[in-house]
Design a protein around this ligand. Sequence first.
Ligand code: NOJ
Length: 574
Amino acid sequence: MTTVQMLSDDELNRAWWKEAVVYQIYPRSFNDSDGDGIGDLRGTIERLDYVADLGVDVIWLNPVYDSPQKDNGYDISDYQAIYGEFGTMADWEALLAEVHDRDMRLVMDLVVNHTSDQHEWFQKSRQRDPEYEDYYIWRDGGTDEHGNRTPPNNWESFFGGSAWEYDAERGEYFLHLYDTSQPDLNWRNDAVRRDIFDTIEWWLEKGIDGFRMDVINLLSKVKGLPDGDPDSEWIGAEHFIDGPAMLSYLEAMDEEVLSDYDVMTVGEMPQLTVESAREYAGADGPLDMAFHFQHTKLDYDDGERWSVGDWSLPELKRLTDRWQNGLAADGWNTLYWENHDQPRSVSRYGDPENYRRESAKLLGTFILTLRGTPYIYQGQELGMTNADWETMDDLRDVDAINHARELLDRDGVEDYDDVKDIVGYRTRDNARTPMQWDDSHNAGFTDGDPWIQVNSNYEAVNAADQRADEDSVYSYYRRLIQLRSDRDVLVYGDYMGLLPDHESVFAYTRSLATEDRTERMLVVLHFDGDTETVDLPVDYVDATLVESNYDHDDADPGTVTLAPYEARVYELFD
Ligand code: NOJ
């Protein structure tokens, strides 16, 4: 008999965004309506029934603003216009209406740490227009012993190389924590904050339902911009991540704009810890949720992103416990494996060759049965996999191309073939191959030449086949999404991790007692391609197997023998 504290409906602190499942659309790769090889807004509208059928509640749309597309829209040149290849503002308005007509909500991407260098603000800033002179972070550099120019400090760009670029027109360096075409805004400047808050309000007035905020904990840089620790994972990070004014900027954004609207906000926050997640997105924090990255680094070798290491299940359990327990009383988790920046999860944590279906379902079970809001990235619900990146010319991702060049400069590296495995494994292009709609030419994504290669497995892995198959990854996701929306326990229930040291089985319970009902679920996940028998330390009188990625009706969760990548969800009765 397990005792769970009885909660009143009030104490559940219900919120629509806690009960929602989010589906992320990367429009460039979702569906092309006009044959130019690039996905667009009209194409997205054509596929909304598919998204609604899956049962999700919220769509997060990657940036669709006007942009030179150096970083696929994360380099914005006009916050209030739509990128021409994606469509027009009228198309975007039609998309919003169509999403709402299907009882879903639309969350937009907010990219305000930096703009494109083509933004009018930057153009005027580099010309020292008095109104915009201070909109970006400009500094004099120094000179070395040979008289060559040197940057103001040793900070690194996330995409490789120095975070500083010399601008001959202005005669100063500007800071860019990402690509050279993405100068960082100067958030110390009141006028910058005012302009950004106005932009946020402008979009909220259009009726959107929230924002996913790009690298939002990078806005505040330490005064004096001191050198960073040269041995750290991202040089300079201690001076620009969670900077001194960070919380107050977000509090002002919330007080002045966001709090007037019933919207959800989720901050993307590099190097986020549980403690700062509570500050930013606890009950008193300015945001609703935050994305951390701890589980996305499990397969790094020694903390190095451009490497592949073995990952361990006990480590995943430790960090899951840390986040589930750490935000139990205050805060709310985000649950994700994939997004447009992450390689495909089946290729990282599953077995794409031998157990693609089973492992894709297992990974889906994980994010759909934990406490928090699940985020599904387009194609994840089909078990899409990483692609092959045979030549440098196949790559499109600025990050991968920059890093491939850096790797090619290393001693002993002769050509792309020497770095192909790591670049191919890690490139963000893996997430950006076109959505696989059917087995027709180009997977039904476009009638033209796709801007990026289609994954060669589209005849075997596509939405049309999977929708017709009850046993598919798609159908499994659909059932689990339904289960989650039917069961408060899967949304609000307490989490308890079991078997912390087991090398291949991850098991946990979710428990909830309300005035209406007491519910307990047990989730058992076998992260390996062999067979494993395990004793589960749970008390129950009766149990029902509610969902599994194998066909059986084993109703006894005491001692279980698990098949390769087996996932089971039980309901337990006391
Ligand atoms: C995070 C975004 O998700 C990524 O795609 C982008 O390149 C960087 N932020 C810079 O905006």
